[in-house]
Design a protein around this ligand. Sequence first.
Ligand SMILES: [Zn+2]
Length: 230
Amino acid sequence: MRKISHWLCDVTLLDKRLQIQFQRNERIVLMSRNEVRLNDNAGADKRMLVEDAMAENYKYPAPLFARKVSVEQFAKNIAGKLNFTAGGDIAALVKRLGGTIVIGSTSPEDQESGSIIARSLSDFTIFISEFTSIERDRFTIAHELGHLLLHLPKLQKENPSSVMRATRFVDERDDVQQRTEWEANWFAAALLMPEDDFKRIYPLGESEAQAFFKVSRSALSARAKSLKLI
Ligand SMILES: [Zn+2]
């Protein structure tokens, strides 16, 4: 098992890179569902992006084997750096990082979930399903940001020209793939439902908590279990 300290230096580096990106990033396209539906050009962009994406030779993310507590702390640090608070606008966060959100999928296997194609920390596309709720989309986006921030630096350290593609579809018999997904889920849960806020809000009631964090009921329950509140 690799030591988390090995990755912590990357995290410091990453924070610096992110700060630089905020200042220079103007090249942003962000489409809401309605924009995609109403705007033919946006639809054309989407098709182009998908076709372009399919032409690449991808690498799949590998796990860091970081402990859950370390991944959660990392998410907390990132949220602090990016001024992202509970219930915040995750699409705006993607935009600030330089990413694009596309409604659609890169292959039939992730039509109902989500995926990410990342060329660099400031050049990535997150694909979300046409068929899911906003609350579920928020978790999907946060999950894909987990892959970006946790797994892309490792992949590109080994091979700088690697393009990463991650999908929510994994082979459940494959422990390594599963581990990678857990790490992205831990990141997403901690980003969207910070522990301190969660311990304060969750006891007020599930509906209140769901409205506050803007997550699905299942994401809320999973976080409550993880924090041993139920
Ligand atoms: Zn994933």
